[in-house]
Design a protein around this ligand. Sequence first.
Ligand code: XMP
Length: 185
Amino acid sequence: MDHKVETLISESEIQDRVRSLGRQIEADYHDKPLTILAVLTGSLIMLADLVRRISIPHRIALIQASSYRGATTVATTLVINESFAPDVANRDVLLLDDILDTGQTLTALIRHLADRGARSVRTAVLLRKIGRQEVPIEPDYCGFTIPDVFVVGYGLDFNDDYRHLPYVGVLKEQEVVRDTQLQDS
Ligand code: XMP
């Protein structure tokens, strides 16, 4: 597969931003029992970079959230798999996701963690797409705001490819369409 990816956010821009988010988080969570809970799989690369910029003690955990659209309805159901997530009761949880799109995933996860007894829940995202949000949620920490385009790289994927790219880029639309058609046939 030889798709063309146009750089939207360079590796050095990402590294600078992650460093400054790390400093902010460090200051905000000083003396708090912080757990950074990363949403699989898209936030893994950011997690690895971010935690190495945070020098206060903190725990790292993972959670999986997959949305399924019913065959006869447009409603989506979010299935949460927390087998890799430790107990969050009385912890200050920072949920880390790759991108805030409609906002459904983070909203559902915040509710879920509150039910599990988290002391506080905040959110951090690498990217926020403008013009797509369906539920009112403001990320507490946001790397970059991007237009409504499909992006890959730095953890984000298209059919599980491109996650390894050290930058965020836009997959050329005709390539995405062609690939989707191949898969459907
Ligand atoms: P919601 O809509 O609940 O979902 O905010 C966020 C999830 O949607 C996926 N997503 C993308 N993944 N490139 C991707 O690789 C994109 O441009 C994109 N937009 C949304 C992603 O899994 C994210 O966690």
